[in-house]
Design a protein around this ligand. Sequence first.
Ligand code: ADP
Ligand code: MG
Length: 284
Amino acid sequence: MIEVNSLQFTYPGSRETTIKGLHFEVGKGEIFGFLGPSGAGKSTTQNILIGLLKNYSGRVRVMGAEIKETGGAYYENIGVAFEVPNFYTKFTALENLNLFRDLYAGDTEAPGALLEMVGLEKEGNTRVSSFSKGMKMRLNFCRAFLNKPDILFLDEPTAGLDPVNARKIKDIIRRERAEGKTVFLTTHNMNVAEEICDRVAFIVEGRIALIDSPRELMVRRGQKIVQVEYREEGIVKEAEFPLKGIGDNRIFSRLLKEKNVERIHTQEATLESIFIEVTGRSLI
Ligand code: ADP
Ligand code: MG
């Protein structure tokens, strides 16, 4: 669905190249995550993919067509949620969605159903000016679905949402995948990447450091450790053992037999710790 080769981009007037040679492909029915800290170039890449920034070099093909050469018809086929919601704040949520819906020539989704999907069904007739940031984000997310697109570009879709609403958004994205939709998702939130992305690209300073499935990364790179907490002479003490070969670890066995063990748990590597290990940067 998406093929990117040697993509470079410099903002007009800027001295520095923002996107420094990206290569990646996204297949149909895949949730592809772009994970990186603020300023890495995630939104810039999304804006190139959706045809907003055309003076790039390299190849960017979406659904077989070079983005530079696409016109307005491209927008009939893609769904976009921008990082910063933009609405007519004096209009209600429904008025906004209806306005954007009218821009499409093809089949569209009923705005009421979309509001219900994100739990805003009671707010349809409320002016957007009185919406909280999280409500605007959810409305922004709805907008991407108006034209029933096969491919979704979602820029930080859970930013500013409480855990319950973030979960709802993640579930919707997964449901879309189950229906064969393709999702390009940018985020600096490792939980989002870990929980819903089939593959994730680590992006730092306009370059991709690695592309892999979060699960594979955690299995391969994750150093699993068993932590044991035990009490000795009234004091809580802690010991750590590698999970690998734990059954033959005599010190571990002796500790279990002889000490007053209170807690045992395994610690997995997080995607964030792998990100730091690979890129030398944190996600903040
Ligand atoms: P991210 O989405 O990963 O946080 P962005 O793509 O927004 O990063 O930004 C990447 C870099 O490009 C940053 O250094 C940012 O300052 C710069 N940048 C973003 N937008 C513009 C612009 N309109 N003009 C010039 N520089 C920009
Ligand atoms: Mg961004």
